[in-house]
Ligand binder design. Sequence first.
Ligand SMILES: C[S@@+](CC[C@H](N)C(=O)[O-])C[C@H]1O[C@@H](n2cnc3c(N)ncnc32)[C@H](O)[C@@H]1O
Length: 191
Amino acid sequence: AQSTNDQRRLDERVKAFLEANRHEWEDLNVPYEDGQVLHDLIIRNNSTSALEIGTSTGHSTIWMAWALSKTGGKLVTIEIDENRQKVAIANLEEVGLADYVDFRLGDAHRLVKELRGPFDFVFADADKDWYVQYFKDIDPKLVAGGIFTAHNVLQSIRGIREYMAFVDKHPGYVTTVDKSSSSGIAISLKK
Ligand SMILES: C[S@@+](CC[C@H](N)C(=O)[O-])C[C@H]1O[C@@H](n2cnc3c(N)ncnc32)[C@H](O)[C@@H]1O
């Protein structure tokens, strides 16, 4: 946990970076609005143990790590592309949030199965046709009251329809869709 002054300085630095780069992201990154949604969910749920699947160059990572700097939490984030991960690490260092993030390089299909958890917040933003499998692998490691979010659910991408049908009928979760951007974020709350 940080002192109030340290947190205030960090907040200013992160805010300035996010504003300055708002329209500069070009590696499949989430839009600013969706970053804000993830940040606010973590704060509202007081999440402290988060997982991201699909770091890319770290836009959503910054939003989530920023929220976790306030809740006293940590984020594990997985990326398969080494160059994107390098840029993400540099970005998180630049804003002063790298200490809140554990960067993992490799195929999330395997790494997610190996993670021990428990987690109380998950953001899936990698290969959409694997969302159902990611969900099944993480479910036993997600605490009650925890949240599994998935990006791009308003878009017609292969795997999305199957994913939404799966979570909508899952008896252990209540799922809503945030429409802050045209991408859409499915938010599944574990009962
Ligand atoms: C939509 S981008 C993530 C954007 C990021 N969340 C952001 O807002 O900055 C998806 C990323 O997932 C990565 N990815 C795709 N399949 C993967 C896999 N099987 N394991 C790990 N990463 C994967 C891609 O390389 C890509 O960088």
